[in-house]
Unconditional design. Sequence first.
Length: 282
Amino acid sequence: MAAFATMTQLDVWYSRVDAAMIERIARRASDRDMKAIITKARSNTSAHALPKITRLSHGKRRIVDNPPLVFHGDESAVRKTFRKHARRYIETLRADVRVLIDRYRFVDAALKVVGIGSIGTRCGIVLLMASGNDPLFLQFKEAMPSVLESYTAKSQFENHGERVVTGQRLMQAASDLFLGWFQSLDGRDYYVRQLRDMKASAEIEGMTMSSLAEYAAICGVTLARAHARSGDAAFISGYLGNSARFDHAVAEFGRRYADQTRRDYDKLVAAVKSGRIRAKVE
């Protein structure tokens, strides 16, 4: 953050952590952990996903049900949710991206259970196809009001999907081309992004100490850059100061958070064993 505080606004905006930078770090680390992240990201595309999560049925490509994570449910409802509002979504894209997405046609849609942050919300995946085997997977997710809104001011955005997309575009160096939003006829807000766009996450459990340190450095730079773009880098840098006090405070918070997570998990397991909570295990 101290380095970003000395940069011009344009330099902050143009800075990024890309695959080439990670590759350079991987060479310095001299192990396979970072290289595995790059390989995983490059294979995380719609083309690679097509044979894994779809099948041909009577000559038509279909998303494969994988309950309870992916399923069609009330098929007419999930298909209509996106198809009926596709034009509204497309209108939120840049003009050049609208030209691109117009080359694809709708094929199928299904409900998808996603992460903890989206529990209880409506989420789905959509398969679009251009000519031949040229797929594009999109994911639409219901956008709820920010948890901070009740403590601060009401959002300036009428659509919470737009709020989410604007935040991502502001904080990310290279946002998804297909980030957009729409509102359904029942008043629910949604945002849309690619399902597979060369994203990857690291499996830190098996990392060597050198790789873990390098990975932490990448995360730190990425986080600092996001705050430098969305806030005042000099002000934040001044708040952090030159001592390790903030570092120690964050580390202590992380330790306590991990301990609380373990306690919550133990209570959940006990509740399942006692029959107080029903859990379906696949």
